[in-house]
Design a protein around this ligand. Sequence first.
Ligand code: PLP
Length: 400
Amino acid sequence: MTTDWKEVEKKYYMQVVRRQPIVIVRGEGTRVWDDAGKEYLDFTGGWAVVNVGHANPVVAEAIAKQAKALLQTSNQFYTIPQLELARILVDNSCMDRIFIANSGAEANEGMIKLARKYGITKKNGAHEIITMDHSFHGRTLVTMAASGKPLDSFLPAPMGFKVVEYNNLDAIKRATTEKTAAVMMEPVQGEGGVNVPSKEYMKAVRKWCTDNGMLLIFDEVQSGIGRLGTLFGYQAFDVEPDAMSLAKGLGGGAPIGAFLTKEFCNVLAPGDHGSTFGGNPLASAAAYAAVKYAIDNNVPANAVKMGERLRAGLGKLKTKHSFIKEVRGVGLLNAVEFNIEISAATLTAANGLGLLLNAPRPNIVRWMPPLTVNAAEVDKAVGLFEKAIVEGAKTATAKK
Ligand code: PLP
């Protein structure tokens, strides 16, 4: 049987994702290794997931211990890891209650249900949710509709979303009617290319929602758990949402999601929501260990420091290379935007040099390393990136 895993994927897996030609077999901290033993600096952070580092020993130990004790029962019973996780997240946030799910999309589905039920039961049947263009909330039908993604091949499309321009209060005002239940947004848009809204906008949206009896709900799937340099993304903007979703960094690498709410909009009742695996002991034990590690070791503060260092390094490259249009980001969610479409060629060159990056757009490269990254790793990555963009620009120009 072949062990050419790229061929196995081509033959057996649904061809829905474009992969880089690397088979990753091991990770530690900021580094990963492929099946040929080659080492890479992972500035994709497992898609902004391994915030406390690949194979974090505290998370690994918690998983091993829990696996030997209890993998699964059901939400028909109480389990301790689920409740430890619930308590640490509620006690450290502005929220009062939590529901634990299995992924970001699923957490958002639950949060959307909460917002709709709030509008329907407390705001005269209001059910519409205003969402943002270039947002990304997941791959289920409802979260795709919320993201404003074309659903032509998957009709009929779920209704009830009005997609407006991000970072534009007037657009929200114009879309608001008596039918509006909530405004939903990412504190910083990740998949959309790392779009950072202004603090004034965020505060004004908060006020608009409060004044009009609408919920403000944050998708913190990518920006939560330290990514923006604060434990939760809302803290980076001094604005409290009424509900928020989490996933990605929550499990330290284990698949898990959650949504949290304030008490006044805690409208979901028995039978309204549920999950077989949601809050499962294994995923919860991993997440509790990851969140506790992030808090105990002040991991968000490292994201602030390393984020500044990264943007300073990338900023220097911008002064040298005119094809870099902008360097932007908050904490360790950052992007370099080019004037030309060289992301794909840059990623290929970076792979060869031992640096993993992500390209959400043909002209944008995103940086989302583990938040435990150190200064030497940041500096090395910036150095390799410069070589990669020079190579990438050459390849892209040659192709024209
Ligand atoms: N929301 C945001 C902001 C995301 O970045 C993502 C994934 O990239 C999701 C939701 C979907 O999460 P998942 O892939 O775990 O369903």
